[in-house]
Design a protein around this ligand. Structure first.
Ligand SMILES: Cc1cc2nc3c(=O)[nH]c(=O)nc-3n(C[C@H](O)[C@H](O)[C@H](O)COP(=O)(O)O)c2cc1C
Length: 441
């Protein structure tokens, strides 16, 4: 029996996700779909549930990237992850029409006080019957920070940002535990809805947060939502090793996937956790066709529409650094940035002897923020996924679409049956929560 792996669907709602082509792709959002209406999001959620995916994931941010040419205008022009709708709201529409698949929305510890996020997540977990997850981020780019009344210099002290996030998590854990499991008694004769002795204040008084508690939401089906994270740096990985049940990582080569896997899994024991307690999921961009020629034609069509300047715009946003000042024909060796440094390091660590120039990187970023593009028949894509998991060790993939709803429908209708036939992914959900399903293998 082969080791099974997990599948999740990546999005960044509503138009860009990873590929900068998506919004203008001729097969994207054909009538009757519209990105600004709930029906498309409900439809793709149902398709993912049909494919027995663990969860639907959405990235989020609180500002329009304004790094490239030091202006927000290129990001607006190229739809560089803008517009970006509030994903916890978007996903509530989706959860209402599905019953098994989980939802992981991104939330920044810089945006909401921990009490309000804990409350939102508990509410979500109740309403979805235990299908809530959260991708914890710290607001890495300046546009978000400027919109959140945060003092810039203070926020960008990188490791301090994670120290604050550690404390933020601790507040949420205590709030989620502030109602005992058996607190609600519904004793009509004694006129007692909930036993006050089983609901506790937390009286948290830390370096950043002061929170009395208890939470004004009772204990939710999962107790706490599934915790997801995407830190790449040493400090980011330490945060993941302590808190996360899933890490989402982007690695453009299999060797990098393996390095990341070993590094983050190697840190779990320090926190009394086992390797199975944390699942590592890798971004991939599958382009599937009934034949190799059909798949290749689809990839060619997509890749011919790339605009490197759109790539520079989104990459500048991810790095928090204006790449318009750099030489497009040179490498970015040694570049230090305030944003996602791991991306620079990743691009500069290539298995090939020739290093990527900034021009190559711009194209890779426009194509799909550097997630590997896997082109082929269902069998070829299943082969790649199986072989990669063999090399890396686990634990699955987050699929990045190039057009909607087609990319997701094609994967679910063509590739999933092949993966199921090989026993590599689940055939059916178990009766339980998002966490129960994820931790089942
Ligand atoms: C794959 C991936 C997905 C991410 N998604 C988001 C996101 O949706 N919103 C956000 O604000 N930050 C996001 N980030 C940024 C991270 O949360 C983190 O701030 C950034 O990677 C810098 O952390 P590091 O210094 O540990 O690398 C993402 C990062 C990666 C690598």
């Amino acid at each position: 029996m082969p080791k099974r792996f997990h599948l999740g669907q990546y999005t960044m709602m509503p138009v860009t996700h990873h590929s900068m082509v998506t919004w203008k792709h001729p097969m994207h959002m054909q009538h009757p779909w519209r990105f600004d209406r709930p029906e498309i999001w409900q439809h793709v959620a149902k398709v993912c549930e049909r494919g027995k995916f663990d969860f639907f994931f959405s990235a989020d941010t609180e500002g329009i990237y304004a790094d490239y040419q030091q202006s927000y205008k290129p990001a607006v022009r190229f739809a560089a992850q803008a517009p970006c709708y509030d994903v916890s709201t978007m996903m509530a529409w989706q959860a209402a029409v599905t019953s098994k698949i989980g939802y992981v929305f991104t939330a920044s510890v810089a945006a909401l006080p921990p009490y309000l996020l804990a409350r939102r997540l508990s509410t979500w977990d109740h309403m979805s019957a235990g299908r809530a997850g959260v991708n914890i981020v710290t607001a890495f780019h300046l546009s978000s920070v400027r919109n959140l009344s945060i003092d810039d210099a203070d926020h960008f002290a990188h490791d301090r940002r994670y120290d604050r996030a550690d404390e933020y998590m601790e507040v949420m854990y205590q709030l989620w535990d502030s109602w005992d499991e058996d607190a609600i008694v519904m004793d009509v004769e004694g006129d007692m809805f909930a036993d006050p002795e089983k609901v506790h204040p937390i009286d948290f008084d830390g370096e950043w947060f002061k929170v009395a508690g208890p939470l004004n939401v009772d204990r939710s089906p999962q107790g706490k939502p599934l915790i997801v994270q995407a830190g790449q740096s040493k400090r980011g990985q330490a945060f993941a090793a302590r808190h996360a049940e899933v890490v989402f990582t982007i690695q453009h080569e299999v060797a990098g996937m393996k390095r990341y896997y070993d590094s983050v899994k190697g840190q779990l024991a320090q926190h009394g956790r086992s390797a199975d307690d944390l699942k590592v999921l890798y971004g991939v961009q599958p382009i599937v066709g009934e034949t190799e020629e059909i798949a290749q034609a689809k990839a060619d069509m997509h890749n011919a529409m790339l605009n490197p300047e759109a790539g520079l715009t989104i990459l500048s946003g991810h790095l928090g650094y204006d790449l318009s000042q750099e030489d497009i024909n040179a490498t970015v060796d040694g570049l230090k940035v305030p944003g996602i440094q791991g991306l620079v390091d990743m691009y500069m660590t290539s298995a090939t002897s020739t290093k990527m120039t900034l021009g190559d990187i711009a194209k890779a970023h426009a194509r799909g923020v550097s997630v590997p593009q896997i082109v082929g028949t269902p069998e070829q894509i299943a082969d790649w996924m199986a072989e990669t998991m063999e090399v890396v060790g686990g634990d699955g993939y987050l699929l990045s679409p190039v057009y909607l709803p087609g990319s997701i429908e094609e994967f679910v209708d063509l590739v999933v049956p092949e993966l199921q036939r090989r026993g590599l992914v689940r055939d059916e959900y178990i009766d339980g929560t998002l966490r129960d399903n994820l931790m089942a293998f």
